[in-house]
Design a protein around this ligand. Structure first.
Ligand code: ADP
Length: 619
């Protein structure tokens, strides 16, 4: 570029105008100068044109000036002296154009390098500002520089935020002020710098001080800075407060350990699967339940743990759930069969939970092995029915032998008296008649005694052992039901309670009333075994004043018509292995507790047994 940025014709125009202007001045001075200084006045204008308008306009100006020079030399014919002058002028003008061009070039280079330097200076200033902003804005990080001896030279805002000291307070101070006393005692500050100098850079986690004296766990990075000659310039230090991060990590790790230990000890098996049904995790209890090692099954489809038809249908169920969101089994407890490695079927209680993390689904199956529980339950039921049977047998046996023993005497006596009266009848006369009357009186006495024995026996069974107390009726019912309803759920019997708040407390022998409830509930369950609808309702209501009524209602077939009239008599039964004494004992107990018992029945619809007992009166 030239000094002046005008258009090309304009630059030529200016060059010519400059030469013409000087020519006019020279012409005006001709009276004084004569033929002297014909060329000289044009030299400055040529120089100026080179510098301002460039070499081409300067060349044109030189030619023009040469013409004027010849003109002002004055001679009409061009002699050798003129030729020499013109040649000198021409050479000088050429030199000036060349010199001007060199000056222009140097000037251009100077301008360019000045502009470049300015641009670089601006860019580095901006970069430095941005870097400073970046460093100062680095949240949670202290970034600062030390000189070769460990004195702080640069301190950023983050360092101020993290440690509490301002720039004025720390610049020039030794970095040992950031170390706790115990670290200083072992020469940590110096050791760190020596290590950084040796290794170039190192990272560590250690405790550091704040201005207020508190400590924080810091992730420290120390880098040694060397110049081109390998001499140590200083250190760059980046410190991050990781106290909270570490605490969170520790908490997370503790939770993980807790979870792992819970999973390892929980007796329920846990299997986690992904949305494709592939096993992700297999707990220790699952390993024991299924006989597979975790590594063998992880990545396999969970259907290997299922029995038919679940195994074949599982993938489709899973897909349907993911597509349609039908919460078929999620969150519900089900009784299913699982498959052991050896092919054996295991009855399990299964509940499935779902976790979503963004778009990913994870399902958790928790399984409890019911084998032992079912076996124990079956065993309990067997023992229970045996116990009831034995209890009834022994009660019957005791009663029978007592009856036999106690009644033997009076009956034998009655027989004796009646036989002797019969023997005397043929020869009866007035004298023997009183004797016969006495004998018959005795026989009647003995028969009455037999009746008393029977009454005493009944008292022995009931009243003799009765221990009445104030009882909470709902609690009493609840306790009886635990035993009476064992296995009812598996038989599909739905049980409900309708307990009136006013129908409690009662004044009864708890054990005896529980015996009645047990008997009525088990009879109801037995009766519903073949029914389509199996609903059992135990309800309580206030009855006639001072009494409470308990009703056990079922949806069985109703009472057999032929036994309705003698339902509560002993030995009435329709069951092949029934004893037929349950209801008669119930009646004895209920009456001994001052209540009464009766039944209502609709054939095909069900039976309702009611019994009453005294409610605890206000006084
Ligand atoms: P067992 O149960 O040994 O037969 P029980 O005295 O308890 O003796 O019952 C007598 C009979 O009464 C039963 O055999 C049965 O026919 C009938 N019975 C008792 N409860 C019901 C009921 N809820 N539904 C239908 N029949 C019943």
């Amino acid at each position: 570029m030239w000094g002046w940025q005008g258009s090309r014709p304009l630059r030529f125009g200016v060059a010519i105008a400059g030469v013409l202007y000087v020519a006019v001045l020279r012409w005006a001075l001709t009276p004084y100068l004569g033929q002297k200084a014909a060329y000289l006045p044009f030299a400055p204008v040529i120089m100026a044109v080179v510098l301002v308008c460039g070499p081409a306009p300067a060349a044109v100006a030189s030619l023009l000036a040469l013409g004027f020079g010849l003109y002002f030399s004055g001679s009409s014919a061009i002699g050798p002296a003129d030729q020499v002058n013109a040649a000198i002028f021409f050479a000088v003008a050429g030199g000036m154009v060349l010199l001007g061009e060199i000056i222009n070039r140097v000037r251009r280079q100077l301008v360019t390098s000045y502009q470049r330097a300015q641009h670089n200076a601006r860019a580095s200033k901006q970069l430095a500002e941005e870097l400073n902003l970046l460093i100062d804005g680095a949240q949670g990080h202290a970034i600062y520089m030390l000189d070769g001896l460990g004195h702080v030279t640069i301190w950023n805002k983050g360092a101020e935020r993290l440690k509490g000291w301002t720039e004025e307070e720390v610049v020039g101070k030794h970095c040992s002020m950031f170390y706790p006393l115990r670290s200083l005692a072992i020469g940590k500050a110096e050791a760190d710098m020596t290590r950084a100098r040796r290794e170039g850079r190192f990272e560590s986690e250690e405790w550091r001080l704040r201005k207020d004296g508190s400590e924080f766990l810091a992730a420290v990075s120390l880098t040694a800075l060397f110049d081109d000659d390998g001499a140590l310039r200083g250190f760059a230090k980046v410190i991050t407060d990781i106290t909270r991060q570490r605490a969170a990590q520790d908490r997370l790790r503790a939770r993980e350990n807790l979870l792992t230990s819970i999973l390892a000890t929980v007796p329920d098996a846990m299997v986690v699967i992904d949305a494709r049904g592939e096993i992700l995790s297999f707990s220790d209890a699952a390993r024991q339940m299924f006989g597979y090692e975790a590594m063998e099954v992880i990545g396999s489809n969970v259907s290997i743990l299922m029995t038919s038809p679940d195994a074949e249908q599982h993938d489709a169920h899973l897909r349907r759930y993911l597509n349609e969101g039908d919460p078929h089994v999620i969150g519900k407890v089900r009784f299913v069969h699982a498959r052991h490695r050896d092919g054996r079927e295991i009855p399990v209680e299964l509940s499935i939970g779902e976790a979503r993390d963004g778009g990913t689904h994870v399902f958790t199956a928790v399984m409890r092995d019911l084998t032992e529980r079912l076996e124990a339950q079956a065993e309990l039921e067997r023992l229970q029915s045996e116990l009831i049977h034995v209890a009834r047998m022994s009660a019957m046996g005791t009663m029978a032998s007592t009856l036999a023993h106690e009644l033997n005497q009076p009956i034998a006596a009655v027989v004796n008296y009646v036989q002797s009266v019969r023997g005397q009848m043929g020869m009866a006369d007035a004298a023997t008649l009183p004797m016969l009357r006495d004998a018959l009186d005795e026989a009647a006495q003995e028969a009455l005694r037999a009746g008393q024995i029977l009454r005493r026996l009944r008292d022995f069974v009931t009243r003799g052992h009765i221990e009445r107390a104030i009882e909470d009726l709902p609690l009493l019912i609840q306790e009886s039901c635990v035993l009476a309803l064992m296995g009812a759920e598996e038989k599909g019997i739905h049980v409900s309670f309708d307990l009136h708040p006013q129908a409690s407390p009662v004044f009864v022998d708890r054990v005896q009333i529980q015996q009645v409830l047990l008997n009525l509930i088990r009879n109801a369950c037995d009766a519903m075994e073949q029914s389509a609808r199996r609903e059992l309702v135990v309800s309580t209501r206030p009855d006639v004043p001072g009494m409470v009524r308990v009703t056990v209602a079922d949806t069985g077939p109703g009472l057999a018509v032929d036994i309705r009239d003698r339902l509560f008599s002993a030995f009435t039964t329709t069951k092949p292995d029934g004893m037929g004494v349950g209801l008669s004992i119930c009646r004895t107990i209920v009456e001994a507790n001052e209540g009464r018992i009766w039944a209502e029945s609709t054939t095909g619809k069900g039976t309702r047994f009611h019994f009453t007992m005294p409610r605890l009166s206000e006084d």
